[in-house]
Every structure is written in C-alpha cells, then in structure tokens.
Write a protein that binds this ligand. Structure first.
Ligand SMILES: [Zn+2]
Ligand SMILES: [Zn+2]
Length: 334
C-alpha cells in the first residue's frame, strides 16, 4: 500500500514524511482491516516528527482515521464488510491494570497510541482491534468525521475536566482544530466563550462560531474566566491564562508536549486563591463514543481544510504555522 512514512526525527520544514510502498497490514485475532478514506492532521504528529515524542521508526502516523471495513481477522464479528468506522488515538489498553479497572484506560500503564505505538492512518489501509473502532454517525461526511476523533474527542475530555458549568465563562487559548469544536459544545451548554489567539483569521472564525470576545494571548478579557483550556504548544500561555482566571478557576492543558518551557509562575499572582492546573492525557473509548453521539445531536460542524495524502508534509507545516482554519484532513481515497 501507499503510505506517508516517518523514518527519522527532523523539523517538518524538511518534508519529514516520505511516500513509500509499505507492507499491507494484516488483521490479527479480533482485528479489522480498514480501507482509509480520510485521516485528520494533529499537533501530536508534529511532536513525533520533531522528536518531542519518541515513536519507533519506521512509523505511519495519524490517529483520526475514517474508513470502511474491508477485511476481518479471526474472531472479529462486531463489524461487517463495508461498515464505516473510525479509529482514534487509543489503539489499545491492557484492561487489567488499576487505571483500566477504574475506567481510566487513558492512563493505562500499557497505553498504546494509534500512529505512535502502532501504525496509523496516513496510509491506504490500517488495522485495529474491533473493540477500539467506532461507528460513525451518518450525518457526518468522511472529511467532517475525521477531526471528531481527536480534535473533538480530546477537546470534549478537556471540557469535561475543566469542570465548566452551564452559563459560566470559558477561555480558549489557541483556536485550532480542537478549540473550534470545543466552542460549539460550550455554546450548546450555554457558556460564554472568550478566545485568545494571535491569528486574525482564527479570531474571525471564533467570532463566527459564537465567541463573545476574541483577543490576543496577553490581552485582558472583559471578565475573568471560570475555566480555561490551553491548546497552544507554547509555555508562555500558562501564566497568561492563570492571570485572567477567576478565583477557584481551573486551567486545563490540552497538549501532550509544550515546545518551550513554562515560565516561572508567581504564586500570588498566578496560583493563589485556589486556582488549579490540570493536564489531559489521551482519551478513553468512552470519551470518543460519548462525544460522537453528542456531536451528532448538537450537531457539530467541523470546518475542514482538505489535503491529498502526499501533501501531508505541507498540511503539517501549515498546522505548525497556525495557518489552518479549523481542521486539516488528508483525503486518502474517495
Ligand atoms: Zn490528536
Ligand atoms: Zn491498563
């Protein structure tokens, strides 16, 4: 099959992924073979390409995969041939450790990520255990559905962990793929949303999607925030967000890695008055399932910028530069 393959760490500006003939994956016991239609582009891929995460090479990236079942491994019976399915970041978890037992499979000691510990969707085919695949609500096209699987599902987890309540004020720092979905959920829940981003185009999209206010990351919003979610890959956002957080408020950090260190925090200014910081790690299958049905109910309409599979480097470069409106999605097959 054709795949965009990563074989070594390099800045994305160097065109890190190469189109290759890669061995077709073979579904093992309980696994399904998926012919990939679309695959979303995520910041985590930049972390892998540029060495902030360490996958084993060679690796096929991509963890927001929409496709159709074209083969079943032994014992696989949940889906039939031709069924549309999605594959998300959680590739597998052990099911037996303390974290798995209490429902926190995202923290599993043996958590495996799609496109990280196992090959993902920047390719014509992918395999996944049937228990880790999702049915996709019909109202979404293949391109619209892809970003729901990470940008959407992790954004939903961020929102749940922020503890935001109906009618409260939510701040979003950075307005990329995840934030543009999160704002739609927060509006549906009756929240006021303030958006902080350097990009003029992203501020415009934020206003179009219902933000009450949009400004720069250092700007003073009209009111303090009950909760904030930081989607940016830079460390400076953390003190900026804590500064405008209401007493007792919580800041959720949504990225896996920051590109640069978080500056020293001033206890009195940034943390006192019971402010909290919480990071988010991975997703559970329940997050993905719950979010997919919520997305269909609202409905969420993801803004999508499509690229061909062979344009993955370009899509990732634009993502790094903050130049994608909404979500970048690779079109692998029609
Ligand atoms: Zn992702
Ligand atoms: Zn486990």
């Amino acid at each position: 099959m054709k795949a965009m393959v990563l074989r070594e760490i390099s800045p994305i500006e160097q065109g890190s992924l190469k189109m290759e003939d890669f061995p077709d994956p073979v579904p093992g016991s309980g696994e399904i073979l998926v012919k990939v239609s679309t695959c979303g582009v995520c910041h985590t891929e930049l972390d892998e390409i540029e060495g902030r995460l360490q996958p084993e090479f060679p690796i096929v990236l991509g963890h927001q995969v929409i496709g159709r079942v074209v083969g079943l491994g032994p014992e696989a019976k949940r889906f039939g041939s031709g069924n549309r399915v999605g594959i998300a970041w959680i590739y597998s978890a052990c099911g037996t450790c303390d974290f798995c037992q209490r429902g926190d499979e995202n923290l599993c000691s043996d958590f495996k990520g799609t496109g990280y510990h196992a090959h993902g969707g920047y390719a014509q085919y992918a395999v996944i255990h049937e228990n880790y695949a999702y049915s996709i609500p019909e109202r979404f096209s293949d391109a619209q559905a892809a970003p729901l699987l990470c940008a959407g599902a992790i954004g939903y987890r961020d929102l749940m962990l922020s503890g935001i309540k109906k009618g409260q004020i939510l701040g979003l720092f950075g307005f990329g793929a995840s934030a543009h979905i999160v704002i739609q959920v927060a509006k549906y829940w009756g929240c006021e949303v303030f958006v902080f981003t350097r990009s003029g185009a992203h501020r415009e999209l934020a206003k179009k999607l219902g933000a009450c206010w949009a400004g720069g990351p250092e700007d003073q919003p009209p009111k303090k925030l009950h909760c904030a979610i930081d989607f940016t890959p830079v460390g400076e956002t953390v003190p900026n967000a804590l500064r405008v957080l209401e007493k007792g408020g919580r800041l959720v950090l949504a990225v896996i890695r920051k590109r640069n260190p978080i500056p020293p925090l001033d206890y009195a200014r940034h943390l006192w008055n019971e402010k909290e910081i919480k990071s988010v790690a991975n997703i559970t299958r329940r997050d993905a399932r719950d979010f997919l049905s919520l997305a269909a109910e609202i409905p969420i309409i993801p803004e999508v910028q499509e690229f061909k599979l062979e344009e993955a480097n370009q899509a990732l470069l634009l993502l790094k530069q903050g130049k994608i409106q909404g979500s970048g999605v690779l079109r692998v097959a029609d």
